[in-house]
Design a binder for this molecule. Sequence first.
Ligand code: PLP
Length: 224
Amino acid sequence: MNVKENIAEFKRLLEGTGCKLVAVSKTKPVGLIREAYEAGQLDFGENKVQELREKPQQLPGDIRWHMIGHLQTNKVKYIAPFIHLVHSVDSLKLLKEIDKHAAKHNRVIPCLLQIHIAQEEHKFGFHEHEAEALFENEEFKKLSHIKILGLMGMATYTDDLEQIRKEFRGLRAFFDKLKGAVNLPNVEMKELSMGMSDDYRIAIEEGSTMIRVGSKIFGPRIYH
Ligand SMILES: *Cc1c(COP(=O)(O)O)cnc(C)c1O
């Protein structure tokens, strides 16, 4: 894998689309992250708090760290001082915890609501009606140290490209609906995080503003 070349290729692909790249560096060593950084990449995604506690200390301070994996409430405190965007908010309980720790650090932490769009049942996320209910919730409306900047979704793991397209298109439609309907100080619908190594082209066509790409940049992951 030539990380620098891969970053350059994504830059060319995304030029003029309004879509940004989050390079997903989970399980990958800081050396490879540094290569991507030297190619001009500043946004990196991790899915484990443990890696977010270790890697930033060894890397340049202008890197923007994105949390893209399931976040446990008891681990929010470790990433609250610096996290750039939490893509994977899946409960009001988690939002309240993020808000509490953001306040301690005098910050407003940008968040995306993870929306369940896949056919698989195990994936985390709000169903559409639950997300709509959240925006009516009085406790939610009081949270002033988080800001909902948009939605995140993961399509079904399948070769059926039409199924994937349908799911992304549905998420875009829901995003547009909320954008027109929700008028709250802690909500500003502008980011739609969808698309990974196997489906980013479809995601861009369907209106993604942020693709999260790991293996297409850093090579396949090996889990032990
Ligand atoms: C791992 C991961 C990605 C990137 O996956 P690739 O297929 O390697 O591009 C994107 N989003 C989330 C939430 C992930 O966990």
